[in-house]
Write a protein that binds this ligand. Structure first.
Ligand SMILES: Cc1cc2nc3c(=O)[nH]c(=O)nc-3n(C[C@H](O)[C@H](O)[C@H](O)COP(=O)(O)OP(=O)(O)OC[C@H]3O[C@@H](n4cnc5c(N)ncnc54)[C@H](O)[C@@H]3O)c2cc1C
Length: 272
């Protein structure tokens, strides 16, 4: 949403913008940090995702309220903390904590925050906590039915444009990506239990529809979010790419060594 609003401003558009999301939260400002790992460890203070939240708050209090350094310091441990949660705890985290986590973890640069604040102050941008129930095109307008958060009241408002800023469909069972949809239909992959991406083993090897890890079919990046919670930012994807290159390298070396040992099979392959 922030990127879209900045782009509209850059293009010189003057219309009033209403940004709608269920919680109406804005990303916090990036700020200077000196990441310091909070004293939270798997199997230590962590008994569930909501306990993690309380532990984080305590760590922030110990850092004199410097929440940015605590959140950033947690980054190297986030995936192991995530993997230690039970499925039910992960669901609870996604339902109750995730919106708050996202706006503190994925922050916007100061420059963007200043522009967004100025647009709000000039009443050219409003940020609303509401659910969109329906959109109907009437003439040149889109009439949007909104239900403000924590109410059963419905409002309708006409807009000249509606821009979808949601991140797209992460649930593989619903994906419109033709490649992933085809692979799912053919049984080469399946959704992870939380519907955040694909199901895979700890090395990122895809699990087929029967749950078996496939040798030679791997995923990296946001598709792995069910298994690795820190899977979207480029520095984390770079680490995944490095780990995958290492494990594929050793897989290929072992395969080649076993072919060399097995002369019969090798000559068969050569003749084929
Ligand atoms: C608005 C926004 C802001 C972000 N800001 C940041 C940021 O500031 N810092 C940061 O680290 N991360 C940021 N991210 C996250 C980061 O950009 C993504 O997680 C990252 O780009 C994912 O990389 P990827 O290579 O896995 O996937 P993608 O970048 O999505 O690349 C996948 C590519 O595959 C192509 N493709 C798909 N299907 C097929 C097919 N069948 N055949 C051929 N090609 C295909 C697509 O066209 C696409 O080019 C941001 C993401 C968004 C949406």
């Amino acid at each position: 949403m922030v990127d879209v609003v900045l782009r509209l401003k850059q293009e010189g558009r003057r219309g009033r913008i209403t940004a709608v999301s269920r919680h109406g939260l804005l990303p916090r400002t990036r700020g200077d940090t000196s990441p310091s790992a909070p004293a939270i460890g798997v199997g230590d203070t962590l008994k569930g995702s909501l306990h993690l939240f309380s532990a984080l708050r305590a760590a922030i209090a110990r850092q004199d309220g410097d929440w940015r350094s605590v959140i950033d310091g947690l980054r190297p441990a986030t995936n192991s903390l995530w993997q230690a949660l039970t499925l039910d705890e992960k669901r609870r985290f996604l339902r109750h904590v995730r919106p708050w986590w996202e706006v503190h973890r994925h922050r916007m640069p100061e420059e963007s925050a200043e522009t967004i604040s100025a647009l709000i102050a000039e009443d050219r941008l409003s940020v609303r906590a509401a659910r969109i129930d329906n959109i109907e095109v009437q003439g040149v307008c889109a009439v949007v039915s909104l239900r403000p958060r924590a109410t059963q009241r419905q409002e309708t408002q006409a807009f000249a444009r509606v821009i979808n800023c949601t991140p797209g469909q992460s649930d593989i069972a619903q994906t419109s990506n033709p490649l992933l949809a085809d692979m799912r239909r053919k049984g080469f992959l399946r959704s992870d239990p939380l519907g955040l991406g694909v199901d895979c083993n700890e090395k990122g090897a895809l699990r087929n529809s029967r749950g078996e890890a496939l040798e030679g079919l791997f995923a990296i990046g946001p598709l792995l979010q069910g298994n690795l919670f820190e899977a979207t930012a480029v520095p984390d994807i770079r680490l995944q790419a490095d780990a995958l290159a290492q494990s594929m390298g050793s897989f290929l070396r072992n395969a080649s060594a076993s072919r060399t040992r097995n002369g019969e099979r090798r000559s068969l392959e050569v003749s084929l």
